[in-house]
Design a protein around this ligand. Structure first.
Ligand code: PMP
Length: 462
Protein backbone atom coordinates (compact mmCIF):
# COMPACT_ATOMS: atom_id res chain seq x y z
CA UNK A 1 0.00 0.00 0.00
CA UNK A 2 1.43 3.42 -0.93
CA UNK A 3 1.44 5.78 2.05
CA UNK A 4 -0.73 8.92 1.71
CA UNK A 5 1.04 11.95 0.24
CA UNK A 6 0.97 13.89 3.49
CA UNK A 7 2.31 10.98 5.61
CA UNK A 8 5.42 11.56 7.68
CA UNK A 9 7.19 8.86 5.66
CA UNK A 10 6.63 10.63 2.36
CA UNK A 11 7.47 14.04 3.84
CA UNK A 12 10.62 12.66 5.44
CA UNK A 13 11.86 11.07 2.23
CA UNK A 14 11.19 14.31 0.39
CA UNK A 15 12.92 16.58 2.86
CA UNK A 16 15.35 15.08 5.39
CA UNK A 17 18.99 14.25 4.74
CA UNK A 18 19.62 11.65 7.43
CA UNK A 19 22.85 11.17 9.36
CA UNK A 20 24.48 7.74 8.96
CA UNK A 21 21.84 6.55 6.51
CA UNK A 22 22.17 4.99 3.08
CA UNK A 23 20.44 7.67 0.99
CA UNK A 24 19.21 5.37 -1.78
CA UNK A 25 17.92 2.68 0.56
CA UNK A 26 16.13 5.33 2.58
CA UNK A 27 14.27 6.59 -0.47
CA UNK A 28 12.93 3.06 -0.84
CA UNK A 29 12.42 2.04 2.80
CA UNK A 30 11.51 5.33 4.45
CA UNK A 31 11.90 6.28 8.10
CA UNK A 32 10.82 4.70 11.35
CA UNK A 33 9.01 7.67 12.85
CA UNK A 34 9.09 7.74 16.65
CA UNK A 35 6.45 9.87 18.31
CA UNK A 36 6.90 9.50 22.06
CA UNK A 37 8.87 7.85 24.82
CA UNK A 38 8.21 6.38 28.23
CA UNK A 39 10.89 4.88 30.48
CA UNK A 40 13.08 2.52 28.44
CA UNK A 41 10.52 2.39 25.61
CA UNK A 42 9.70 4.47 22.56
CA UNK A 43 6.57 4.34 20.40
CA UNK A 44 6.14 4.72 16.66
CA UNK A 45 3.35 6.39 14.69
CA UNK A 46 1.31 3.20 14.62
CA UNK A 47 1.54 2.94 18.40
CA UNK A 48 4.01 0.01 18.34
CA UNK A 49 6.26 0.00 21.39
CA UNK A 50 9.98 -0.81 21.36
CA UNK A 51 12.55 -1.30 24.09
CA UNK A 52 15.38 1.07 23.16
CA UNK A 53 18.27 -1.34 23.61
CA UNK A 54 20.93 1.34 23.02
CA UNK A 55 19.26 4.28 24.80
CA UNK A 56 18.96 6.04 21.44
CA UNK A 57 22.63 6.60 20.65
CA UNK A 58 24.11 5.20 23.91
CA UNK A 59 22.88 8.36 25.55
CA UNK A 60 19.37 8.60 27.03
CA UNK A 61 20.56 7.21 30.36
CA UNK A 62 17.42 8.19 32.27
CA UNK A 63 15.17 6.88 29.51
CA UNK A 64 12.66 8.73 27.40
CA UNK A 65 10.52 10.51 30.00
CA UNK A 66 11.57 12.45 33.08
CA UNK A 67 9.54 15.27 34.59
CA UNK A 68 12.38 16.59 36.73
CA UNK A 69 14.49 17.27 33.67
CA UNK A 70 11.55 18.93 31.93
CA UNK A 71 11.07 21.16 34.97
CA UNK A 72 14.77 21.99 35.23
CA UNK A 73 14.75 23.13 31.58
CA UNK A 74 11.53 25.12 31.97
CA UNK A 75 12.72 26.82 35.16
CA UNK A 76 15.97 27.83 33.50
CA UNK A 77 14.26 29.03 30.33
CA UNK A 78 12.09 31.35 32.44
CA UNK A 79 15.00 32.58 34.55
CA UNK A 80 17.68 33.10 31.88
CA UNK A 81 17.14 31.37 28.52
CA UNK A 82 20.55 32.26 27.13
CA UNK A 83 23.84 33.53 28.28
CA UNK A 84 27.41 32.71 27.38
CA UNK A 85 30.90 32.40 28.78
CA UNK A 86 32.91 34.53 26.36
CA UNK A 87 35.27 37.21 27.73
CA UNK A 88 34.71 36.08 31.29
CA UNK A 89 30.88 36.24 31.38
CA UNK A 90 29.21 33.49 33.38
CA UNK A 91 26.00 32.18 34.89
CA UNK A 92 25.09 29.85 37.69
CA UNK A 93 24.18 26.65 35.80
CA UNK A 94 27.60 26.42 34.16
CA UNK A 95 29.40 27.22 37.43
CA UNK A 96 27.42 24.60 39.34
CA UNK A 97 27.87 22.00 36.61
CA UNK A 98 31.63 22.62 36.41
CA UNK A 99 31.92 22.20 40.18
CA UNK A 100 29.91 19.00 40.13
CA UNK A 101 32.04 17.53 37.34
CA UNK A 102 35.30 18.42 39.09
CA UNK A 103 34.03 16.80 42.31
CA UNK A 104 33.20 13.62 40.43
CA UNK A 105 36.24 13.42 38.11
CA UNK A 106 38.22 10.15 38.12
CA UNK A 107 41.56 12.02 38.44
CA UNK A 108 42.41 15.47 39.77
CA UNK A 109 41.03 17.98 37.26
CA UNK A 110 41.32 21.73 37.35
CA UNK A 111 38.80 23.31 34.96
CA UNK A 112 35.87 22.44 32.71
CA UNK A 113 35.22 23.75 29.19
CA UNK A 114 31.74 23.25 27.75
CA UNK A 115 30.65 22.41 24.21
CA UNK A 116 27.57 20.88 22.60
CA UNK A 117 28.52 17.44 21.35
CA UNK A 118 31.08 14.70 21.78
CA UNK A 119 32.73 15.70 18.50
CA UNK A 120 33.07 19.30 19.59
CA UNK A 121 34.50 18.21 22.93
CA UNK A 122 37.15 16.09 21.20
CA UNK A 123 37.95 18.81 18.64
CA UNK A 124 38.27 21.25 21.52
CA UNK A 125 40.60 18.86 23.34
CA UNK A 126 42.86 18.62 20.27
CA UNK A 127 42.98 22.41 19.93
CA UNK A 128 43.75 22.79 23.63
CA UNK A 129 46.60 20.29 23.30
CA UNK A 130 48.08 22.12 20.31
CA UNK A 131 47.69 25.46 22.05
CA UNK A 132 49.20 24.02 25.24
CA UNK A 133 52.27 22.74 23.42
CA UNK A 134 52.72 26.02 21.55
CA UNK A 135 52.37 27.92 24.80
CA UNK A 136 54.86 25.70 26.62
CA UNK A 137 57.52 26.11 23.94
CA UNK A 138 57.12 22.74 22.20
CA UNK A 139 55.65 23.68 18.82
CA UNK A 140 56.79 20.36 17.27
CA UNK A 141 54.79 18.26 19.74
CA UNK A 142 51.46 18.06 17.89
CA UNK A 143 50.82 14.52 16.63
CA UNK A 144 47.93 12.58 18.06
CA UNK A 145 47.59 8.82 18.35
CA UNK A 146 44.20 7.12 18.36
CA UNK A 147 43.12 3.56 17.61
CA UNK A 148 41.66 1.64 14.71
CA UNK A 149 37.91 1.20 15.44
CA UNK A 150 37.97 3.99 18.01
CA UNK A 151 35.07 6.42 17.69
CA UNK A 152 35.53 10.06 18.61
CA UNK A 153 33.02 11.89 16.41
CA UNK A 154 32.59 13.35 12.97
CA UNK A 155 33.85 16.94 12.89
CA UNK A 156 37.06 17.20 10.86
CA UNK A 157 39.54 16.57 13.65
CA UNK A 158 37.33 14.20 15.66
CA UNK A 159 36.52 12.19 12.52
CA UNK A 160 40.26 11.97 11.90
CA UNK A 161 40.70 10.45 15.37
CA UNK A 162 37.91 8.00 14.66
CA UNK A 163 39.43 4.81 13.27
CA UNK A 164 36.68 3.60 10.94
CA UNK A 165 36.84 3.58 7.11
CA UNK A 166 33.33 5.05 6.67
CA UNK A 167 34.47 8.21 8.45
CA UNK A 168 37.62 8.66 6.37
CA UNK A 169 37.36 7.28 2.87
CA UNK A 170 35.05 9.65 1.00
CA UNK A 171 35.88 12.62 3.21
CA UNK A 172 39.60 12.86 2.41
CA UNK A 173 40.44 12.20 6.05
CA UNK A 174 42.30 11.82 8.36
CA UNK A 175 43.96 15.23 8.55
CA UNK A 176 47.77 15.24 8.84
CA UNK A 177 49.43 14.26 12.09
CA UNK A 178 46.88 11.70 13.29
CA UNK A 179 48.06 8.10 13.66
CA UNK A 180 46.14 4.96 14.51
CA UNK A 181 47.40 1.95 16.44
CA UNK A 182 45.79 -1.49 16.71
CA UNK A 183 42.42 -2.29 18.22
CA UNK A 184 42.75 -3.95 21.63
CA UNK A 185 40.45 -6.81 20.71
CA UNK A 186 41.75 -10.08 22.08
CA UNK A 187 39.13 -12.23 20.32
CA UNK A 188 40.33 -11.26 16.83
CA UNK A 189 43.73 -9.66 17.40
CA UNK A 190 45.62 -12.05 19.66
CA UNK A 191 47.68 -14.97 18.45
CA UNK A 192 46.38 -18.43 19.26
CA UNK A 193 46.84 -19.21 22.95
CA UNK A 194 48.13 -15.72 23.74
CA UNK A 195 46.99 -14.47 27.15
CA UNK A 196 45.22 -11.13 27.54
CA UNK A 197 48.25 -9.83 29.43
CA UNK A 198 50.70 -10.83 26.69
CA UNK A 199 48.44 -9.36 24.03
CA UNK A 200 48.31 -6.12 26.06
CA UNK A 201 52.12 -6.06 26.17
CA UNK A 202 52.27 -6.37 22.36
CA UNK A 203 49.82 -3.49 21.99
CA UNK A 204 51.79 -1.28 24.39
CA UNK A 205 55.00 -2.18 22.51
CA UNK A 206 53.35 -1.23 19.21
CA UNK A 207 52.31 2.12 20.69
CA UNK A 208 55.84 2.77 21.89
CA UNK A 209 57.26 1.85 18.47
CA UNK A 210 54.96 4.39 16.81
CA UNK A 211 55.99 7.09 19.30
CA UNK A 212 59.68 6.32 18.80
CA UNK A 213 59.31 6.15 15.01
CA UNK A 214 57.55 9.52 14.88
CA UNK A 215 59.82 11.00 17.54
CA UNK A 216 58.55 11.50 21.10
CA UNK A 217 59.10 15.26 20.81
CA UNK A 218 56.47 15.30 18.04
CA UNK A 219 53.76 13.23 19.74
CA UNK A 220 51.36 15.20 21.90
CA UNK A 221 48.50 12.97 22.97
CA UNK A 222 46.77 9.61 22.92
CA UNK A 223 42.97 9.43 22.70
CA UNK A 224 41.05 6.37 23.90
CA UNK A 225 37.58 5.31 24.92
CA UNK A 226 37.86 3.08 28.02
CA UNK A 227 35.57 0.61 26.23
CA UNK A 228 35.34 1.24 22.48
CA UNK A 229 31.69 1.86 21.73
CA UNK A 230 30.57 2.43 18.14
CA UNK A 231 33.59 0.50 16.81
CA UNK A 232 32.20 -2.70 18.31
CA UNK A 233 31.95 -2.51 22.13
CA UNK A 234 35.50 -3.69 22.55
CA UNK A 235 36.62 -4.29 26.11
CA UNK A 236 40.41 -3.96 26.43
CA UNK A 237 42.47 -6.97 27.52
CA UNK A 238 43.64 -7.16 31.16
CA UNK A 239 46.56 -4.78 31.96
CA UNK A 240 46.20 -2.89 28.64
CA UNK A 241 45.64 0.62 29.99
CA UNK A 242 48.21 0.10 32.76
CA UNK A 243 50.86 -0.70 30.13
CA UNK A 244 49.73 2.00 27.72
CA UNK A 245 49.95 4.64 30.45
CA UNK A 246 53.51 3.57 31.32
CA UNK A 247 54.50 4.18 27.70
CA UNK A 248 52.73 7.54 27.54
CA UNK A 249 54.35 8.74 30.79
CA UNK A 250 57.78 7.74 29.53
CA UNK A 251 57.38 9.98 26.49
CA UNK A 252 55.38 12.81 28.04
CA UNK A 253 52.31 12.11 25.91
CA UNK A 254 48.98 13.30 27.33
CA UNK A 255 46.17 10.79 27.89
CA UNK A 256 42.74 11.94 26.74
CA UNK A 257 39.95 9.69 27.99
CA UNK A 258 36.93 9.89 25.70
CA UNK A 259 34.16 9.15 28.21
CA UNK A 260 31.37 10.17 25.83
CA UNK A 261 29.78 6.71 26.13
CA UNK A 262 31.50 5.26 29.20
CA UNK A 263 30.98 8.25 31.51
CA UNK A 264 28.22 8.33 34.13
CA UNK A 265 27.82 4.74 35.17
CA UNK A 266 27.70 2.90 31.86
CA UNK A 267 30.52 0.46 32.72
CA UNK A 268 29.41 -0.13 36.31
CA UNK A 269 31.80 2.53 37.63
CA UNK A 270 31.06 6.25 37.58
CA UNK A 271 33.68 6.65 34.81
CA UNK A 272 35.10 4.09 32.43
CA UNK A 273 38.50 5.41 33.52
CA UNK A 274 37.84 3.99 36.99
CA UNK A 275 36.95 0.60 35.55
CA UNK A 276 40.43 0.37 33.97
CA UNK A 277 42.70 2.39 36.25
CA UNK A 278 43.05 5.28 33.80
CA UNK A 279 44.37 8.61 35.13
CA UNK A 280 43.58 10.97 32.26
CA UNK A 281 45.12 14.42 31.78
CA UNK A 282 42.04 15.47 29.82
CA UNK A 283 38.57 13.91 29.85
CA UNK A 284 35.75 14.48 27.37
CA UNK A 285 32.13 13.62 28.09
CA UNK A 286 28.66 14.25 26.63
CA UNK A 287 25.54 12.09 26.10
CA UNK A 288 24.60 10.90 29.63
CA UNK A 289 25.87 14.21 31.04
CA UNK A 290 22.36 15.56 30.40
CA UNK A 291 20.76 12.17 29.79
CA UNK A 292 20.65 13.67 26.26
CA UNK A 293 17.51 15.64 27.00
CA UNK A 294 19.45 18.63 25.66
CA UNK A 295 22.83 18.74 23.91
CA UNK A 296 25.85 19.48 26.07
CA UNK A 297 29.40 18.16 26.36
CA UNK A 298 32.41 18.94 28.50
CA UNK A 299 36.20 18.82 28.44
CA UNK A 300 37.94 18.55 31.80
CA UNK A 301 41.62 19.49 31.95
CA UNK A 302 44.10 18.95 34.73
CA UNK A 303 46.12 21.68 36.44
CA UNK A 304 49.17 21.26 34.22
CA UNK A 305 47.15 21.67 31.01
CA UNK A 306 45.17 24.58 32.44
CA UNK A 307 48.36 26.36 33.50
CA UNK A 308 49.74 25.97 29.95
CA UNK A 309 46.52 27.38 28.47
CA UNK A 310 46.54 30.28 30.91
CA UNK A 311 50.22 31.04 30.19
CA UNK A 312 49.48 30.87 26.47
CA UNK A 313 46.68 33.37 26.68
CA UNK A 314 48.99 35.70 28.61
CA UNK A 315 51.45 35.72 25.72
CA UNK A 316 48.96 35.49 22.80
CA UNK A 317 46.28 37.64 24.36
CA UNK A 318 43.31 35.35 24.32
CA UNK A 319 42.27 31.70 24.26
CA UNK A 320 40.57 31.97 20.86
CA UNK A 321 38.24 29.03 21.09
CA UNK A 322 34.62 28.59 22.17
CA UNK A 323 31.11 28.10 20.82
CA UNK A 324 28.10 30.41 21.03
CA UNK A 325 26.40 27.68 23.02
CA UNK A 326 29.37 26.66 25.21
CA UNK A 327 27.82 26.14 28.63
CA UNK A 328 24.34 27.20 27.44
CA UNK A 329 22.34 27.69 30.64
CA UNK A 330 19.37 25.45 29.70
CA UNK A 331 21.28 22.23 28.92
CA UNK A 332 23.65 23.06 31.78
CA UNK A 333 20.68 23.25 34.20
CA UNK A 334 19.38 19.94 32.81
CA UNK A 335 22.82 18.38 33.29
CA UNK A 336 22.99 19.61 36.91
CA UNK A 337 19.60 18.00 37.55
CA UNK A 338 20.72 14.81 35.79
CA UNK A 339 23.80 14.51 38.03
CA UNK A 340 21.60 15.07 41.10
CA UNK A 341 19.28 12.28 39.96
CA UNK A 342 22.30 9.99 39.49
CA UNK A 343 23.35 10.69 43.08
CA UNK A 344 19.85 10.05 44.42
CA UNK A 345 19.37 6.80 42.50
CA UNK A 346 22.83 5.69 43.62
CA UNK A 347 23.78 5.24 39.98
CA UNK A 348 26.86 3.04 40.31
CA UNK A 349 25.23 0.66 42.81
CA UNK A 350 22.13 0.45 40.62
CA UNK A 351 24.10 -0.39 37.47
CA UNK A 352 26.14 -2.96 39.38
CA UNK A 353 22.96 -4.56 40.69
CA UNK A 354 21.25 -4.99 37.31
CA UNK A 355 24.36 -5.56 35.14
CA UNK A 356 24.60 -9.33 35.86
CA UNK A 357 21.14 -9.80 34.32
CA UNK A 358 22.57 -8.37 31.09
CA UNK A 359 26.13 -9.71 31.15
CA UNK A 360 25.46 -13.19 32.55
CA UNK A 361 22.13 -13.35 30.73
CA UNK A 362 23.75 -12.71 27.34
CA UNK A 363 26.60 -15.16 27.97
CA UNK A 364 24.43 -17.94 29.37
CA UNK A 365 21.68 -17.64 26.81
CA UNK A 366 23.63 -16.87 23.65
CA UNK A 367 27.29 -17.75 24.30
CA UNK A 368 26.81 -21.23 22.78
CA UNK A 369 24.53 -20.13 19.97
CA UNK A 370 25.99 -21.24 16.62
CA UNK A 371 25.70 -17.71 15.19
CA UNK A 372 27.41 -16.03 18.16
CA UNK A 373 31.19 -15.73 18.14
CA UNK A 374 31.72 -13.55 21.16
CA UNK A 375 29.65 -11.93 23.89
CA UNK A 376 31.52 -9.05 25.47
CA UNK A 377 30.86 -6.11 27.71
CA UNK A 378 30.80 -4.79 31.22
CA UNK A 379 28.19 -3.00 33.30
CA UNK A 380 25.32 -1.95 31.06
CA UNK A 381 27.25 -2.02 27.79
CA UNK A 382 27.65 -5.20 25.76
CA UNK A 383 27.81 -6.65 22.28
CA UNK A 384 27.02 -9.95 20.67
CA UNK A 385 29.18 -10.63 17.62
CA UNK A 386 27.71 -12.77 14.86
CA UNK A 387 29.95 -15.20 13.00
CA UNK A 388 29.62 -17.56 10.09
CA UNK A 389 32.19 -20.00 11.47
CA UNK A 390 32.32 -20.12 15.26
CA UNK A 391 35.42 -22.33 15.51
CA UNK A 392 37.45 -20.22 13.06
CA UNK A 393 36.09 -16.94 14.49
CA UNK A 394 35.20 -15.98 10.94
CA UNK A 395 32.62 -13.29 10.30
CA UNK A 396 30.05 -13.29 7.53
CA UNK A 397 30.87 -11.50 4.29
CA UNK A 398 30.05 -7.86 5.15
CA UNK A 399 28.09 -7.60 1.88
CA UNK A 400 25.51 -9.95 3.41
CA UNK A 401 24.75 -7.32 6.07
CA UNK A 402 23.86 -9.95 8.66
CA UNK A 403 23.79 -7.67 11.71
CA UNK A 404 21.63 -5.03 9.98
CA UNK A 405 19.30 -7.85 9.03
CA UNK A 406 19.07 -9.10 12.62
CA UNK A 407 18.44 -5.58 13.80
CA UNK A 408 15.54 -5.31 11.31
CA UNK A 409 14.09 -8.63 12.49
CA UNK A 410 14.42 -7.44 16.09
CA UNK A 411 12.21 -4.46 15.25
CA UNK A 412 9.33 -6.84 14.59
CA UNK A 413 9.96 -8.29 18.07
CA UNK A 414 9.67 -4.89 19.74
CA UNK A 415 13.35 -3.93 19.98
CA UNK A 416 15.24 -1.04 18.48
CA UNK A 417 18.79 -2.34 18.11
CA UNK A 418 22.10 -0.96 16.90
CA UNK A 419 24.37 -2.95 14.61
CA UNK A 420 28.11 -2.30 14.66
CA UNK A 421 30.99 -2.77 12.24
CA UNK A 422 32.06 -6.43 12.20
CA UNK A 423 28.51 -7.76 12.71
CA UNK A 424 28.21 -6.77 16.33
CA UNK A 425 24.85 -6.05 17.91
CA UNK A 426 25.09 -3.54 20.75
CA UNK A 427 23.31 -3.43 24.09
CA UNK A 428 23.50 -0.15 25.96
CA UNK A 429 20.03 0.39 27.40
CA UNK A 430 18.92 3.32 29.53
CA UNK A 431 20.60 2.97 32.92
CA UNK A 432 17.18 3.03 34.64
CA UNK A 433 16.38 -0.37 33.13
CA UNK A 434 15.12 -2.97 35.60
CA UNK A 435 16.09 -6.64 35.74
CA UNK A 436 12.64 -7.61 34.50
CA UNK A 437 13.04 -5.31 31.50
CA UNK A 438 16.48 -6.80 30.78
CA UNK A 439 14.96 -10.31 30.80
CA UNK A 440 12.20 -9.11 28.46
CA UNK A 441 14.80 -7.53 26.15
CA UNK A 442 16.87 -10.74 26.03
CA UNK A 443 13.75 -12.90 25.43
CA UNK A 444 12.88 -10.75 22.44
CA UNK A 445 16.47 -10.76 21.20
CA UNK A 446 16.54 -14.58 21.47
CA UNK A 447 13.42 -14.85 19.31
CA UNK A 448 14.93 -12.51 16.71
CA UNK A 449 18.20 -14.45 16.66
CA UNK A 450 16.37 -17.76 16.22
CA UNK A 451 14.35 -16.26 13.38
CA UNK A 452 17.56 -15.16 11.68
CA UNK A 453 18.99 -18.65 12.10
CA UNK A 454 15.93 -20.24 10.50
CA UNK A 455 16.16 -17.81 7.57
CA UNK A 456 19.87 -18.51 7.06
CA UNK A 457 19.30 -22.28 7.17
CA UNK A 458 16.56 -22.00 4.61
CA UNK A 459 18.78 -19.91 2.36
CA UNK A 460 21.70 -22.33 2.57
CA UNK A 461 19.34 -25.18 1.54
CA UNK A 462 17.85 -23.16 -1.30
N1 PMP B 1 33.09 9.92 21.34
C1 PMP B 1 32.45 8.77 21.51
C2 PMP B 1 33.07 7.70 22.34
C3 PMP B 1 31.19 8.57 20.94
O1 PMP B 1 30.56 7.43 21.11
C4 PMP B 1 30.62 9.62 20.18
C5 PMP B 1 29.25 9.50 19.54
N2 PMP B 1 28.68 8.27 19.47
C6 PMP B 1 31.34 10.78 20.01
C7 PMP B 1 32.57 10.92 20.61
C8 PMP B 1 30.80 11.91 19.18
O2 PMP B 1 29.74 12.50 19.82
P1 PMP B 1 28.68 13.39 19.01
O3 PMP B 1 27.92 12.46 18.11
O4 PMP B 1 27.84 13.98 20.11
O5 PMP B 1 29.44 14.41 18.27
Amino acid sequence: MTPPRNSNAVRDIASVLHPYTDGRAHQKNGPLVITRGEGVRVFDEQGNSYIETVAGLWCASLGFSNERLVEAATRQMRQLPFYHGFTGRSHEPQIELAEMLLERAPAPMSKVFFANSGSEANDSAIKMIWYFNNATGRPQKKKIIARIKGYHGVTLAAASLTGLPANHKLFDLPIAGIHHVSTPHHYHGANEGESEEDFATCLADELEEVILREGPDTVAAFFAEPIMGAGGVIVPPATYFEKVQEVLRRHDVLFVADEVICGFGRTGEYWGSQAFGIQPDILTCAKALSSSFLPISAVMVNERVFEGLADGSESVGTFGHGFTYSGHPVPAAVAVETLKIYDEMNLVAHVQSVAPALQDGLRQRFGDHPLVGEVRGRGLIAAVELVEDKAARRNFDPARKIAPRLSKIAESHGLIMRFLPGDGIAFSPPLIITEAEIHDMLDRFGRALDELQVQLRRESLA
